[in-house]
Design a protein around this ligand. Structure first.
Ligand SMILES: CC(C)(COP(=O)(O)OP(=O)(O)OC[C@H]1O[C@@H](n2cnc3c(N)ncnc32)[C@H](O)[C@@H]1OP(=O)(O)O)[C@@H](O)C(=O)NCCC(=O)NCCS
Length: 338
């Protein structure tokens, strides 16, 4: 599903923000939890440190959202009352009910905004951007907040070395505004979203939902924690994102050479390298921060975009390719004119 090219408005990102908890956890510290080592983690994933709240996640996701959202609002020169819509991509809301977006709305006192979550795992912020883009394109919403935030500590199995070394906590935010389509300048050109439900068992949490409510003993058995088939995810991610990137470029009349910058979900440095190899987009065009943050799921895309924008790497007029992929599998590729 793509952007509405003939709609009266398009989406411009007018403010960005990114936040991660201050606690930096090294690979040597992970070695105290599971049978692993710095060399394995760096070689297989590119991760050197990650930022974690605490191993049992004692800070709600909405609090991280608030930090990132306030930065993005400041950057945009807006106040929370200017927002008409808040969409949060997360799989780790503060509570099972209500949504994280509702908690965020309350924190920000964004009283004029409707608020809801989308659940598309690591592609959550890309999905949220796609949803919000439709509201803006139609003219029904003028200004909105898109957040990707994840307290992965709260769903990580800290005794599973296959997964626990990969993840980090963070939140990233975009403040977006509808601008007339014929105005030119910065704006979202397209954002495609995809799903393949036949692959849901590649990443899932066995219990705690309606199918298998948590029973006595399940917490001790880590049934409320994420399980992943890393090898299958790896293969799927490379294949799907290469295809999606080529499609969004071709559909909008661009070639690989037109891409100035890539803000991709940071799941594994090797996945990014493989995408660079297969698309022939040089690796130095990819914004990389997985070494410092690990895989922060739906926060990954917006914090990467925010970092590139703030450090001056993203320059006005550049063509930015955005990519994300997550459990489902769900994935996305988009194009943004900076
Ligand atoms: C998880 C991932 C890093 C594993 O890398 P890999 O090269 O595929 O490694 P494998 O799964 O083949 O495992 C190789 C060996 O390393 C071991 N291993 C796994 N994690 C380890 C760790 N943290 N430290 C040391 N050894 C580890 C495995 O047990 C396996 O040992 P074995 O051969 O004795 O069974 C990689 O598959 C990956 O990044 N997948 C995508 C994950 C992802 O992005 N998920 C989120 C999507 S949004």
């Amino acid at each position: 599903m793509a952007t509405m090219h003939h709609a009266p408005f398009r989406t411009r990102i007018i403010g960005t923000g990114g936040w991660a908890p201050p606690r930096v956890v090294t690979n040597d510290e992970m070695q105290k939890l599971v049978d692993t080592n710095d060399e394995w983690i760096v070689q297989r994933t590119g991760i050197k440190t990650r930022r974690l709240i605490d191993f049992e996640g004692q800070l709600g996701t909405s609090e991280m959202c608030e930090h990132a959202a306030r930065q993005a609002l400041d950057d945009a020169g807006l106040s929370a009352a200017d927002l008409e819509l808040i969409v949060v991509g997360t799989v780790t809301p503060d509570l099972r009910l209500p949504s994280c977006a509702i908690m965020l709305q309350d924190r920000l006192k964004a009283k004029n905004a409707a608020a809801f979550d989308v659940l598309a795992a690591c592609a959550g912020s890309a999905y949220a951007l796609s949803v919000v883009d439709k509201f803006l394109a139609s003219g029904s919403v003028k200004r909105a907040l898109v957040v990707g935030a994840e307290t992965l500590t709260s769903i990580t199995n800290w005794s599973d070395r296959n997964t626990c070394v990969l993840f980090g906590d963070a939140a990233g935010a975009f403040v977006v505004e509808a601008v007339p389509r014929d105005e030119g300048g910065a704006g979202l050109i397209d954002v495609d979203i995809y799903s393949d439900g036949s692959t849901w068992q590649h990443i899932y949490i066995p219990k705690g939902g309606s199918l298998h409510p948590l029973m006595p003993g399940d917490v001790e058995d880590k049934q409320d924690r994420l399980i992943m088939n890393g090898r299958e995810v790896y293969k799927f991610a490379v294949r799907a994102l290469v295809e999606a990137a080529k499609t969004v470029l071709a559909d909008n009349g661009f070639t690989i050479e037109d891409v100035d910058l890539v803000c991709a979900h940071q799941a594994n440095l090797r996945i990014i390298e493989a995408i660079s190899d297969r698309t022939h987009i040089p690796l130095d065009k990819f914004v990389i921060n997985i070494d410092r943050y690990g895989n922060t799921s739906s926060a990954s895309l917006p914090i990467t975009f925010d970092e590139a924008r703030r450090d001056g790497r993203m320059k006005p007029g550049q063509l930015v390719l955005m990519m994300a992929i997550g459990a489902g599998m769900t994935w996305s590729a988009g194009l943004y004119r900076a």
